[in-house]
Design a protein around this ligand. Structure first.
Ligand code: ME8
Length: 550
């Protein structure tokens, strides 16, 4: 059950032309829950590395900075700080935050490009195509035609651009990519899994349709602001922002090009390569599942083990985007966090968000429904019922019980949930992981409803032993479920563990923590304090909280 393979999870590095919104927070939340699950599984964060950051060398950052009368660096810093602030609202536990304007990234990214020029995988040539300025990418002739020559994401007109560029010879990697994905499908070491399935199929279809070389540079024009990385050996060209950005995943853990520094932990971060999973939305899957692995293979580096592209948060069926101005702002998330708790926002986004292949609408009514059923009436109510009864019938002390039959009941009824939880983590299926944890809580509710300890307790002299067994079993299952739920709801579950005096000990693996009645389980005589309710019930008729003003 304990995995010692280093685990490395990443989010896209987001553009700093604007402030973050729900989409950025969502992918980072998904990566956060995955990282917390892996820290839990291992009992420590030593072998888990969670990277996020910002992509700063885009043309649109220069434009937005000029509009706001400041330098690109000032604008980038202002927005990078906004991302960090948003992540604090949602308690996102990244281990490092990379900004592509940092020297540690720039130097290494340039060295990778130089490596690819030397190997002949990057070469000079002419290019003409349809440029989507809002997304900073060229569209193929077919894609441009299909979208009616406007950006498929923002609806802004495409520009016809002709440039002399350096190209990456992606066309050479068609077979290698097909083999790589095939090995990933079969779960073989060294393969790359693309998920969900629908996205994998799209990528495969496109690769089979043929790969072309990709431009990796931009010619610097007179009057251009000096922003970005120069092509090694040709200062007349800048490295295309996408190519540079992809390199961040490796630059941050790489220690081969520079002496070890404090920031790369004495070089020890190299052990995290290849990345376990790159998370993103479907908009940028092609870069991550095709261009990036091909670049890595060309550099002699291992490709990522999994590339996971979730769907979109939408508003009334339309994609949320900065350009359409219809996204859920950080202030709105903050207002929800203030009224219902940050963990409730995390839970809603995780369980109702677009983790699979289907887009998700953010809905206040749904938020309240899920909040009440899973949290206020779910784990919150179950924990307080159990601790109230232990308080009332056993003076707040965990009762003495005959453990083996209860442990056998746990084996029968909860082991499958634990197994599902772990299997789901392996497949990045955090939804199933969360659902199996909450189903353990539902099982306790049903058990209490069936056995009615509150009725039996009227005759403690006759039924005392049964009441003790029911409550011990219920408390132990709630404790184990709360450990599993702590990845999604870290601070509420910490509050529960504090009240019950059973904080997960550092260095103890998930397997040991989840052993029913085991060394880290509730011991007879242990005091349980019935703390404040974890989640107050929400009134469905109350209007949505309004945004907290920045
Ligand atoms: O593409 N729903 O940055 P970006 C869900 N800098 N997720 C969403 C979303 C939505 N409506 N909108 C955005 C870039 N996202 C590049 C990445 S990586 C080497 C370079 C999330 O600021 C989602 O993760 O446009 C998506 O892939 C990402 O933000 C795009 O962020």
């Amino acid at each position: 059950m304990t995995d010692t393979t280093p685990y490395y999870v990443t989010t896209p590095i987001y553009y700093v032309n604007d402030r973050p919104h729900i989409g950025h927070c969502y992918t980072t939340l998904v990566a956060d829950v995955a990282a917390r699950c892996e820290r839990l599984r291992r009992g420590s964060g030593d072998d888990v590395f969670f990277l996020t950051g910002t992509d700063e060398h885009a043309e649109k950052v220069v434009l937005r900075a000029a509009e706001n009368q400041c330098s690109p660096m000032e604008w980038a810093t202002r927005n990078a700080d906004e991302f960090k602030a948003a992540y604090r609202v949602l308690d996102l536990s990244y281990d490092d935050f990379v900004r592509t304007t940092e020297e540690r990234h720039k130097a290494r990214a340039a060295a990778y490009i130089a490596r690819l020029m030397k190997s002949g995988d990057i070469e000079l040539g002419d290019y003409e195509g349809w440029w989507d300025a809002s997304q900073e990418e060229y569209l193929t002739e077919t894609a441009a035609k299909e979208s009616g020559f406007v950006s498929p994401v923002t609806g802004k007109p495409l520009e016809r651009r002709r440039e002399q560029n350096y190209f990456f010879r992606l066309d050479r990697y068609e077979q290698a990519l097909l083999d790589l994905i095939d090995r990933g499908d079969r779960g073989e070491a060294g393969g790359m899994r693309i998920a969900p399935e629908a996205r994998r199929n799209e990528v495969l279809g496109r690769i089979r349709g043929g790969l072309q070389r990709v431009p990796v540079s931009r010619r610097i024009k007179d009057g251009d602001v000096d922003w970005g990385i120069r092509m090694p050996g040709d200062p007349g060209h800048r490295v295309y922002v996408w190519i540079e950005a992809l390199c961040n995943y490796l630059t941050v853990v790489d220690n081969q090009l520079e002496p070890a520094t404090a920031v790369n932990e004495g070089g020890a971060r190299r052990r995290f390569w290849p990345a376990s999973v790159h998370f993103m939305a479907k908009d940028i899957l092609w870069f991550h599942a095709v261009i990036w692995p091909a670049m890595l293979m060309a550099m002699g580096e291992k490709p990522p083990r999994t590339v996971y592209a979730h769907a979109y948060w939408v508003r009334d069926g339309r994609k949320m985007s900065k350009s359409l101005g219809n996204f859920i702002e950080i202030e709105t998330l903050e207002a929800y966090a203030k009224r219902y708790s940050a963990d409730a926002v995390r839970w809603y986004m995780l369980t109702q968000g677009p983790l699979g292949a289907t887009d998700a609408d953010f809905s206040h009514a749904k938020f309240v429904e899920v909040y009440n059923s899973d949290l206020a009436n779910g784990i919150g109510n179950c924990a307080s019922r159990v601790s109230n009864m232990i308080e009332k019938y056993f003076g707040g002390e965990v009762p003495e019980v005959d453990l083996p039959p209860l442990a056998a009941k746990f084996q029968d009824e909860c082991r499958p949930c634990l197994r599902d939880y772990l299997a789901a983590l392996d497949g990045c299926d955090l939804l199933t992981a969360a659902a199996s944890a909450i189903s353990m809580v539902r099982g306790v509710d049903q058990f209490i409803a069936q056995t009615r300890p509150f009725t039996l307790a009227k005759q403690m002299d006759v039924h005392g032993k049964s009441v003790a067994g029911i409550l011990y079993y219920s408390a132990e299952v709630v404790r184990i479920a709360s450990v599993l739920l702590s990845a999604a709801m870290p601070s509420k579950m910490r509050a529960l563990h504090d009240a019950w005096g059973c904080p997960p000990s550092p260095g103890v693996s998930l397997a040991a923590l989840c052993e029913f009645g085991g060394p880290y389980g509730l011991r007879p005589g242990h005091r349980i304090v019935k703390g404040d309710p974890l989640f107050m019930r929400a009134d469905p008729s109350e209007p949505a909280p309004s945004a907290v003003q920045a």
